[in-house]
Design a protein around this ligand. Structure first.
Ligand code: GRG
Length: 322
């Protein structure tokens, strides 16, 4: 991705002429590429330290194989950014950020299994079951999921216990049959059925993809003690970026190459999946995604300068190529 420089999100409301001039001169720049790569490095270091290989080695190696295979680390970065926006530090949110990536990785391992999407490549390398076998891949996913909750509980420091419990409940709810799994069940059920309507498609993606992204944004804010009003704004932000993310994911499945994506391109058409591009076409899908990103940004822009990272991440969602 090219370096993008974003104007800091200064509030527009009630700005008089003096403030506008001041804003022009302040026009501080925010380098998204640097921000993302710094945050990614911090997350990589924490993830690497989170799992040590002990007896029985095979399972720990399988867990590390997928967890440390790269990826955009979008969920942990959203958690850290939202915690910082809400007055907390990256340090208090890092265990939750890592746990979110463990859960996301687990869902990718299981999604790639022969009984699900049956894929050979993920994050630019062979899928977990191709390397370790189906039985170990299932167990590596299970182990990551269970460990994620233990990790939040044991490693979150300097945060009141009630907030930690709230985060554990929020993340659990986002992944359970109330969240990601509901989306996955319907996605499997509707495979090859061309009569699926846009509302059902939205439901699937709001759960399969959106729920964990929303939990990522909200858990960071909860750890920092955000009030109800801020949590509502962040919920609206997260729902919009969640849907935009999935629309672009569908577009990239059509327009991207397997090398760019690090996974098999063109799978949706092959599986006869109804997607946003199949319903709306590529250009309209991109337009809808951009509209959602604009709406997401409008939720947080009134919060001022501190919302700059979340605004920039929202823009990245439509600009990304993998
Ligand atoms: C069996 C308990 C259990 C759960 C598994 C398989 C499954 C249930 C759910 C599927 C969830 C899934 C794979 C959703 C797709 C979300 C999505 C768009 C993934 C790609 O995310 P990126 O682009 O990937 O952020 P990287 O690799 O960059 O992290």
């Amino acid at each position: 991705m090219d370096t993008q420089v974003f104007e800091q999100a200064l509030p527009n409301s009630q700005a008089d002429a003096g403030q506008i001039i001041e804003r022009q001169t302040k026009k501080a720049t925010f380098d998204l590429k640097t921000y993302l790569s710094q945050k990614r490095i911090e997350v990589e270091v924490a993830l690497d330290a989170s799992i040590t290989v002990v007896y029985p080695e095979k399972i720990y190696e399988a867990m590390r194989y997928s967890l440390l295979a790269g990826g955009k680390r979008l969920r942990p970065i959203l958690c850290l950014a939202s915690c910082e926006l809400s007055g907390g530090t990256a340090e208090i949110a890092m265990p939750t950020a890592c746990a979110l990536e463990m859960i996301h990785t687990m869902s990718l391992i299981h999604d790639d299994l022969p009984s699900m999407d049956n894929d050979d490549y993920r994050r630019g390398q062979l899928t977990n079951h191709k390397v370790y076998g189906e039985n170990i891949a299932i167990l590596a996913g299970d182990a990551l999921l269970a460990y994620a909750f233990e990790f939040i509980a044991l490693h979150t420091k300097r945060v009141p216990c009630e907030r930690v419990l709230q985060v554990i409940a929020k993340v659990g709810h986002a992944f359970a049959a109330t969240g990601v799994i509901a989306g996955q069940v319907l996605d499997l059920e509707f495979e090859g059925q061309p009569n699926i309507n846009v509302e059902t498609l939205q439901f699937i993606h709001a759960h399969k993809t959106g729920a964990l992204l929303e939990a990522s944004v909200l858990s960071g804010a909860i750890l920092a003690g955000a009030n109800k009003e801020l949590l509502q704004k962040l919920t609206n932000y997260a729902r919009n970026i969640g849907l935009a993310f999935q629309i672009i994911d569908d577009v990239l499945d059509v327009t991207g190459t397997s090398e760019e994506l690090g996974k098999t391109a063109g799978k949706d058409e092959k599986a006869q999946k109804v997607t946003y591009p199949s319903l709306w076409g590529i250009e309209e899908s991109k337009r809808q995604a951009q509209k959602l990103v604009d709406e997401a940004k409008a939720e947080v822009i009134p919060l001022g300068e501190k919302a700059t990272p979340l605004c920039a991440i929202a823009s990245y969602i439509t600009a990304r190529t993998n």
